[in-house]
Design a protein around this ligand. Structure first.
Ligand SMILES: [Mn+2]
Length: 440
């Protein structure tokens, strides 16, 4: 894998330089300055929160644990890395940079955070400095020019072959964890036990994961962002929903699977239908496809699944129109993914900004752009039995067209979500998740 990354990295860097050249020219700036970030200390404490690197920094180089370091790029010049390697016997000191990317940078090592100032451009007004407020170092204060950020964020949706290679690795790590988690569920483990099995198989601690894992048994599958971990297993294990990802050099995978216990055949049948529907949506991840249209299409297909399984008696069209499908599928079909699990610029109209509104009646959709080759998106349809939403539905006129006895029986399973990470290409989509599961 390292050889592949080494071969792909120069083109990745060339792409970033080209994008940055244009972004800086648009904003009238000479230089891009990106602090990696500084650790944030907890209130009235001497302990820091886990360090999360500035995504604009890790876009350029695979360093996710370099607090106090800086990237400086002036068009036409080699990019410069100011690398903080403190003299410190309290902590593990970051190793000097090494690997396939170092030859592409002028690297300066500094020993104290403030020493970076001598290496940063003096004319800060000519710099686009992208970072959060507490990265400020004397006169070098992030100005985050919108015109520069808009350009970079819009194009960040289109991954380079180097980035795709890292996302394949993030998917491989994640699916290893998912396989272990399924085995732990089958063995009767608690949510906490399953989570431990997941972390061990992935080889990452919680703070290294791209997002907080959702590990829900039985009814807990109905809580969309369930992040408790019950320490004891329920008396009866009926169903298991796991939404968990992994990281590779700062790139994320985001994977959801739902399982039924061996004696929950009716729930397994519904899982199989959602799974088939999900594969159909993945097949539509094509260059030129409108993502919001795909989301609305998913509502119609899932309403068809609800009808097929006898939960509803109305047509899929009227189920979508009357809001019935939204009661069972109350979130968006998916989102862009990359260095952040929910990637930036999901609504951005063009490289110069603007917003593409969500379709009416779909307030939780996170991506309204048209898909294009190089984009990576999640496809994550679901069907849930959520008490709050079902109670609202029961008060509507359409309630008479719903088989409540069947709906009530399925509350014990919580819900279903199946989520894959998919690369849009000029031809067939690449399913990072299914490919990784298949290779296990
Ligand atoms: Mn997701």
């Amino acid at each position: 894998m390292t050889d592949t990354l080494a071969a792909l990295y120069p083109q990745h860097l060339a792409t970033l330089r080209e994008r940055t050249d244009t972004a800086l020219a648009r904003g009238g700036f000479d230089t891009l300055v990106v602090p990696a970030g500084r650790p944030i200390t907890k209130f009235l404490d001497d302990q820091d929160y886990p360090f999360i690197v500035n995504p604009h920094f890790k876009h350029w180089l695979p360093l996710t644990d370099a607090p106090g370091s800086w990237l400086v790029y002036t068009p036409g010049n080699k990019p410069k890395l100011i690398f903080l390697q403190p003299r410190d016997y309290w902590h593990v000191v970051p190793e000097a940079p090494s690997g396939y990317w170092v030859d592409h940078f002028d690297i300066v090592i500094v020993r104290k955070p403030a020493d970076a100032i001598a290496e940063l451009p003096a004319a800060t007004a000519r710099c686009a400095i992208i970072g959060d407020d507490h990265c400020s170092l004397q006169d070098v204060r992030p100005n985050n020019p919108q015109v520069v950020i808009d350009h970079l964020h819009y194009h960040r949706a289109y991954k380079t072959p180097y980035e795709l290679e890292l996302m394949r690795e993030a998917s491989r790590r994640g699916t290893r964890g998912h396989r272990a988690a399924e085995q732990a569920f089958r063995a009767g483990e608690s949510e906490f036990g399953i989570h431990m099995a997941y972390l061990k198989a992935v080889g990452q601690i919680d703070a290294e994961l791209p997002y907080a894992s959702i590990v829900g048994l039985n009814e807990h599958g109905a809580v969309l962002h369930y992040t408790n971990f019950d320490r004891s297993a329920p008396a009866a294990l009926r169903s298991f929903l796991i939404d968990a990802g992994a990281s590779a050099s700062g790139y994320a995978s985001d994977i959801t699977r739902t399982y039924a216990s061996a004696d929950a055949g009716e729930f397994q049948a519904l899982i199989d239908s959602v799974d088939a529907a999900e594969r159909g949506f993945v097949a539509k991840v094509r260059h030129g496809q409108s993502y919001p249209d795909l989301h609305v299409h998913a509502h119609h297909v899932l309403a068809g699944v609800l009808r097929e399984h006898g939960f509803i008696r109305m047509s899929p069209e009227s189920a979508v129109e009357s809001g019935v499908s939204a009661a069972f599928f109350p979130h968006g079909l998916g989102h862009g993914i990359g260095m952040q699990v929910h990637d930036v610029a999901g609504f951005q109209a063009s490289e110069t900004g603007g917003t593409i509104a969500r379709p009416e009646g779909h307030p939780y959709l996170r991506l309204t752009r048209e898909l294009g080759a190089g984009m990576v998106v999640t496809i994550e349809p679901g069907i849930y039995f959520i008490d709050m939403l079902l109670a609202e539905l029961k008060n509507k006129p359409v309630a008479s067209d719903i088989d409540w006895a069947k709906v009530d029986r399925f509350r014990q399973y919580g819900g279903i979500r199946i989520e894959d990470d998919v690369v849009c290409t000029t031809g067939e989509p690449e399913n990072l998740t299914r490919d990784a599961f298949a290779a296990l």
